[in-house]
Design a protein around this ligand. Structure first.
Ligand code: PLP
Length: 409
């Protein structure tokens, strides 16, 4: 019975172009990376799908720091943070992160988590108790959506970036604790939330502003301080979640906030209490990652990434102008996330396959991850991409566009 049911779901998914498949990475994360699929030989592909925005995931200094961390602190933590798993390496990283965010959040303390998904579940369930109300952007990341659903607080979602609707919702709310929740950089569109306006609303309606900066931390702002630094914001109302597996190149996440918020998480967040602390070596490597992000090397990597973003956007605009019949669209993104919206699931899969045949690997993103009819290639750029890499992607897209429209080459 169960197997028949699952098989029916699988066939439906396939018919709708929604079946998903994993590839196996046979070499470290890098623009040129070897992948294989079950039963196939490994293939080197030029990829535009990782979130390794600064190209640190295989940086020799981080690999060395990880190895040194393992020698000093062992392979595993052995327990949750509140039992015996909270290592000196975790504590030192939290101090570094708190100091890092101090210009943006007065008295900030930081708490390290094994993943960003868990950090968001912990945050929203610990703060979103029965006396709270949650207000969330419709395009927020799945982990924020699930955290809000798991919290006992009533949830209101506002249309993407629509602060008029949000103001109306806040106005009509009598809950003593109000939580505004937003991605800083929206993960499938690449646009940046209007954090100054959101913070102004939080102040006006006595709310907290929870900012998920998974795609801004290390990339945006001076020294890579992230979205808060980018806007020059500073407030006790800010609750900041940054992930450490993307630009920081390692893994994990953290919340930085007023000490009372951090204490509430340590005391009551089930997703923090009832899980084994991540390997201390990861925290040790992340301290090195923070140093790199803040260094002149980090500045150079961010500057190079900005050049690749401008190069890609100019190329995509020219391509779209040359092939209006395809109906391709870009989003108003100035970040490393540069989606090419093609519409149907079939069109997205066909374009992904056309690129794949040219040795290019760009993931197609389909509903329910994005709204129906806005299937897209989610192109992400990294400081590890060269100008030649981006030119190769643009040439591949141009070839696919000509093939699809029957234009002669
Ligand atoms: C990736 C991501 C997360 C989850 O972080 P992980 O550390 O990968 O679990 C949370 N929020 C957003 C916006 C993300 O893009």
């Amino acid at each position: 019975m169960l197997l028949e049911h699952l098989n029916r779901l699988r066939l439906e998914r396939q018919a709708q172009g929604l079946a998903r498949q994993r590839r196996i990475a046979e070499s470290p994360c890098a623009p040129r990376q070897a992948f294989s699929r079950e039963g196939e030989a490994a293939l080197s592909l030029l990829g535009f799908g990782s979130n390794d925005y600064l190209g640190l995931a295989n940086h020799p200094a981080l690999v060395a720091a990880l190895a040194e961390g393992a020698r000093r602190f062992g392979a595993g933590s052995g327990a949750s943070h509140l039992i015996s798993g909270h290592s000196r390496a975790h504590a030192a990283l939290e101090d570094d992160l708190a100091a890092w965010l101090a210009p943006c959040i007065p008295q900030a303390q930081a708490l390290y988590f094994g993943t960003g998904f868990m950090a968001n579940l912990a945050l929203l369930t610990a703060l979103g108790g029965a006396s709270a109300a949650i207000f969330a952007d419709k395009l927020n990341h799945a982990s924020l959506v699930d955290g809000a659903l798991l919290a006992r607080a009533p949830l209101q979602r506002y249309a993407h970036g629509n602060l008029t609707v949000l103001a109306r919702q806040l106005q009509g709310c009598t809950a003593p604790v109000k939580l505004i929740v937003t991605d800083a950089v929206f993960s499938m569109d690449g646009d940046v939330a209007d954090l100054p306006a959101l913070l102004a609303l939080a102040e006006r309606f006595d709310a907290w502003l929870i900012v998920d900066d998974a795609h801004g931390f290390g990339v945006l702002g001076e020294g890579g301080r992230g979205a808060l630094g980018h806007f020059g914001l500073s407030s006790e109302r800010l609750v900041y979640m940054g992930t450490l597996g993307k630009a920081a190149g390692v893994g994990g996440a953290f919340v930085a906030a007023h000490p009372a918020i951090i204490d509430a998480l340590v005391q009551s967040a089930r997703a923090y209490l009832y899980t084994t602390a991540a390997a201390p070596a990861l925290a040790h490597a992340l301290r090195e990652s923070l140093r790199l992000i803040a260094s002149s090397e980090g500045d150079a990597r961010r500057a190079h990434l900005q050049q690749r973003i401008r190069q890609l956007r100019a190329g995509l605009a020219a391509l779209i102008a040359a092939h209006p019949a395809l109906g391709w669209l870009v989003t108003p993104s100035s970040t490393a996330i540069q989606p090419l919206i093609v519409g149907s699931n079939e069109a997205a899969l066909a374009l992904m396959a056309a690129l794949d045949r040219q040795g290019l690997w760009v993931p197609a993103i389909r509903p329910p991850t994005v709204p129906l009819g806005t299937a897209r290639l989610r192109i992400t750029l990294s400081a590890a991409h060269s100008a030649g890499d981006v030119a190769q992607l643009l040439a591949g897209l141009g070839q696919a566009a000509r093939d699809m429209t029957g234009t002669r080459t």
